[in-house]
Design a protein around this ligand. Structure first.
Ligand SMILES: NC(=O)c1ccc[n+]([C@@H]2O[C@H](COP(=O)([O-])OP(=O)(O)OC[C@H]3O[C@@H](n4cnc5c(N)ncnc54)[C@H](O)[C@@H]3O)[C@@H](O)[C@H]2O)c1
Length: 266
């Protein structure tokens, strides 16, 4: 490959100097996303409720990135979100990319689910997403930045699974929110897209995989396995980079081992 070609491919996926905020950065996919963005040259604001996890992530990515800082915050609380964005604005002045990755999942048979379970999932996985997107996009608009917002959904959003009613309903809402918010952001050139992974080998699913339902879940994936976290790297970089995905907005990208096209059991 010649230098010109190499430069072209590098420019597609480089985030050099870009200011990126990643939620859920204390663990799992959020940590992996922060890591890959840092390797691509971004400045990173790490957001999560879990301070110890944030410290560990920061330790892991400090050596790659320009600026890395952590922002502990409960995304369910609008006051905290507003204040945290103000503080992050002082660190980075403005923002190019937001990845809304924080989330909780509740596995429970439908008649055991409580009001608290539903509130917990909807407050974290979609209300928090909206609150932060609203604040961050206003900074982007003020600075005339054609930013990219990436919302993390799930294959469960389009293929319901047992014991996951609030989570599945909420992730379906994330898909719709992505399209609605993308529409709202069109006048400002801010792109909003959604990544819907299938099963990934993370803390969130570790316990679940030990159960009979977990084994069935693996078996129901057409590719017969869960993804390793780094299998999402290229897709996240693609969606973040205006050079790579500048023509894409309002899309839901399924990266799920074929789960959404699997034939339903009879
Ligand atoms: N693990 C999977 O197989 C899988 C599959 C599809 C989609 N997803 C989605 O990917 C995203 C990340 O999942 P993961 O597997 O890395 O989970 P994880 O549990 O490892 O990470 C989720 C993070 O969100 C943080 N968080 C929870 N509530 C918060 C709050 N109120 N405020 C701020 N931070 C909060 C947690 O502290 C945690 O660090 C989630 O949105 C999840 O729904 C996961």
């Amino acid at each position: 490959m010649g230098d010109q070609q190499r430069d072209y491919f590098h420019s597609l996926f480089s985030l050099t100097g870009k200011n990126c905020i990643v939620t859920g950065a204390a663990s799992g996919l959020g940590r992996q996303c922060a890591l890959v963005f840092a390797k691509a040259g971004a400045n990173i604001g790490l957001v999560d409720i879990d301070n110890d996890g944030l410290l560990e992530t920061k330790k892991q990515i400090d050596r790659y990135s320009g600026t890395v800082f952590k922002q502990q915050l409960d995304l369910r609380d609008s006051k905290q979100v507003f204040q945290a964005v103000k503080e992050m604005g002082k660190e980075l002045s403005t923002f190019d990319v937001l990845v809304n990755c924080a989330g909780v999942v509740i596995f429970k048979p439908v008649f055991e689910q409580t009001e608290k379970d539903w509130d917990s999932v909807f407050d974290t996985d979609i209300k928090g997403m909206w609150l932060l997107s609203k604040e961050i996009s206003q900074y982007m608009i003020k600075a005339k930045i054609k930013g990219s917002i990436i919302n993390i959904s799930s294959a469960v959003s389009c293929r319901p699974q047992k014991n996951l009613t609030p989570y599945g309903a909420c992730k379906a809402a994330v898909n719709h929110f992505t399209k609605s918010f993308a529409n709202d952001m069109l006048p400002y050139g801010i792109r909003v897209n959604c990544l819907a992974p299938g099963g990934m080998l993370t803390e969130m699913v570790k316990e679940f995989l030990k159960t009979k339902d977990g084994a069935n879940a693996i078996n129901s994936v057409p590719l017969k396995r869960f993804a390793t976290l780094n299998e999402l790297d290229a897709c996240l970089l693609f969606m973040a980079s205006n050079a790579a995905s500048g023509y894409m907005t309002g899309s839901v990208v399924h990266l799920d081992g074929g789960l959404c096209i699997a034939p339903l059991e009879t």
